[in-house]
Design a protein around this ligand. Structure first.
Ligand code: F6R
Length: 609
């Protein structure tokens, strides 16, 4: 989604804005722009296309001002174009605004400004309305005008605003869209995400919902919605700058695939005491709490939702509590069975996905206890939860989620194991066995990664398919869904995942000579059934690639190619089976010449509904 950067200090703002925006490119965008104070005016430059287009257009212009705001836009209202790109200004260009989110009542506001106040508009965006609204209220005090404007605005937004008559100020607001402030020496920053500022500072303020920030070059003031000044502790970012860099890998996605052994091991070890006891420090769900809870909702989007499906299996198996898994965008409008006996688990890499956040708020309103599994420390989902289990994947930059998924799986297994042992529904012996096996996972993932060439080779011959089917049984269905999503989002191949037993009920009609079917057969008790399903599609001419556990070689007789994963307990196979599927999606995307890290139409963090 849109990226926001703002700078106020003594350095050339343009360089810092463009550099910051380039570190947010992974979020997805289709146009970019800046507004910088220059020679007594606000100089606005904005163009459709990549940041490189903006850089090329301004390279010979003298924009040397030291205060400005910049934006990468992911189109929602109005097509990608120079006119619709941000920053947007009022008519006389003395107020400029960047915005991430959606102003839901912008049409009403626009009509009011046009008909009753005589304003005229250039773009189709909701953002332009904000600039005009601030202009309407502006009487020489930007902070005051912003407060009056936001009082009229409905929706989710983070905005950055500058006014020509107050060149020593940036005002920013956060409402349901991420916003952070970076603190420097004689300089300050705003951004929608930490990587944008890491090169300049690791000292941040995390801005809360409804807060308004006033930045000058040597001061930052944070106010609540009523204008009262707020105290804020500095949040020190502990990641290395390099963890947000490619470090020699061709793409972030492949780097992040290779970081999975480390992410899994960190997620596990941070919560293991004496190497074997899961310590849910700070997450005080007692035996009494668990006995009271009569159901669990796991709610998330996309890949995180797929991790939730695996989590359901683990919780039901170990803790014997019924679990409902739902996609956040549906949960909100379903009138779900949530009450004070419900535990609501939100899973989110970014912690900023608007649907997940809204679902969480709805569950909270109905009395549920909220536990979240989140990667980004201090994100909105984390802050609004009663308890947080952080995954330790490190920053995930590629749009296609990989290491977040495997670390989310580990988190869900640990939560389930902890519930099982606390409730007494899981034996100590089995608990210990699973923990021991989880500890082997980093090495087993590495083992699959070391054999990447089999998958790379497969991708080099199979990248031209028009459609691909993934199928499995039991937990392999959940992994098939994730494999299929990974492939479609970065290869643009029409891929589809199905429970193998469902094939005969319709979908088998689509199988014809040469159709690629990726068959997951990692569940021992369902292995023979999968062999039959593979035979069924082979008989219709499919080319079958099977994923099976080492030692289960019988499958070679039915499948055309077999990719083996190390042996493990059936319930833990998702952590391993997904790895070849991630690699396959990656190599297919590379072979098709796609922009792997920034696939078309997609954004990393979906902060609009
Ligand atoms: C797919 C992908 C998305 C996200 C989804 C939720 O590769 O990345 O499907 O999983 O948008 O995002 P988070 O986890 O940040 O809430």
């Amino acid at each position: 989604m849109c990226g926001i950067v703002g700078y106020i200090g003594d350095k050339k703002a343009t360089d810092i804005l463009i550099d910051g925006l380039s570190r947010l490119e992974y979020r997805g965008y289709d146009s970019a722009g800046i507004a910088v104070f220059n020679d007594g005016d606000i100089c606005v430059e904005k163009y459709k296309g990549r940041l490189a287009v903006l850089e090329e257009k301004i390279k010979d212009k003298d924009i040397s001002g030291t205060v400005g705001i910049g934006h990468t836009r992911w189109a929602t209202h109005g097509e990608p174009s120079d006119t619709n790109a941000h920053p947007h200004t009022n008519y006389s260009q003395n107020i400029a605004v960047i915005h991430n989110g959606i102003i839901e009542n912008y049409i009403k506001l626009k009509e009011w400004l046009m008909k009753e106040k005589g304003h005229s508009f250039k773009s189709e965006t909701d953002t332009e309305v904000i600039a005009h609204l601030i202009d309407y209220y502006y009487e020489g005090d930007l902070l005051d005008a912003v407060y009056k404007a936001i009082d009229k605005m409905e929706g989710a937004y983070a905005i950055g605003v500058v006014a020509k008559d107050e060149p020593d100020k940036i005002v920013a607001v956060r409402k349901d869209s991420p916003l952070i402030v970076g603190i420097g020496e004689d300089e300050n920053f705003i951004a929608s995400d930490i990587p944008a500022l890491l090169k300049y500072t690791r000292d941040m303020y995390l801005i809360e919902n409804g807060e308004v920030v006033l930045l000058t070059k040597d001061d930052v003031k944070i106010f609540n919605e009523f204008g009262q000044e707020q105290k804020r502790d500095i949040f020190k970012v502990t990641w290395d700058v390099e963890s947000a860099e490619k470090e020699g890998y061709e793409h972030f996605m492949i780097k992040e695939i290779y970081e999975q052994p480390k992410g899994v091991s960190q997620t596990l070890n941070r919560r293991l005491e004496d190497d074997k006891i899961i310590n849910l420090d700070g997450i005080k769900i007692t035996k009494e709490d668990l006995e009271r809870i009569d159901k669990i909702y796991i709610v998330a989007c996309g890949t995180a939702y797929h991790a939730g499906l695996v989590g359901k299996n683990a919780i039901e198996k170990y803790a014997k509590v019924p679990v409902i898994v739902d996609v956040a965008s549906e949960f909100r409008y379903r009138d779900p069975f949530v009450d004070d006996k419900t535990l609501f688990i939100a899973i989110s890499q970014s912690g900023e996905t608007l649907d997940t956040l809204a679902a969480l708020r709805e569950a909270k309103r109905k009395g549920a206890r909220i536990l979240s599994v989140v990667n980004v420390v201090g994100s909105s989902v984390a802050r609004e939860s009663d308890d947080v289990f952080y995954t330790w994947a490190g920053p995930e930059i590629a749009v296609a989620s990989t290491k977040a998924y495997t670390t989310q799986l580990v988190a869900m297994y640990m939560i389930a194991l902890n519930m099982g042992i606390t409730k007494g529904t899981l034996s100590t012996e089995r608990y210990n066995e699973i923990i021991e096996e989880l500890k082997n996972m980093p090495e087993k993932i590495q083992n699959i990664l070391d054999k990447y060439e089999t998958t790379q080779h497969l991708a080099s011959s199979q990248f031209n398919n028009e459609s691909v089917f993934f199928m499995g049984r039991g937990l392999d269905v959940e992994v098939s869904l994730e494999g299929s999503l990974k492939l479609k989002e970065i290869s643009y191949i029409n891929s589809f995942a199905i429970a193998a037993g469902e094939l005969k009920h319709g979908t088998i009609a689509l199988i014809e000579k040469g159709t690629l079917v990726i068959a997951l057969a990692t569940q021992d008790k369902l292995y023979d059934k999968m062999l039959s399903n593979i035979k069924e599609v082979k008989a219709r001419g499919a080319y079958v690639v099977a994923i099976a556990k080492e030692g289960n070689t019988e499958i070679e007789k039915s499948a055309d190619t077999v990719i083996y994963i190390p042996d493990t307990f059936d319930e833990l196979t998702p952590i391993l089976a997904v790895i070849p599927l991630q690699l396959f999606a990656y190599y297919v995307s590379v072979a098709r010449g796609n922009d792997v890290d920034k696939p078309r139409n997609l954004a990393k963090s979906v902060t609009v509904e």
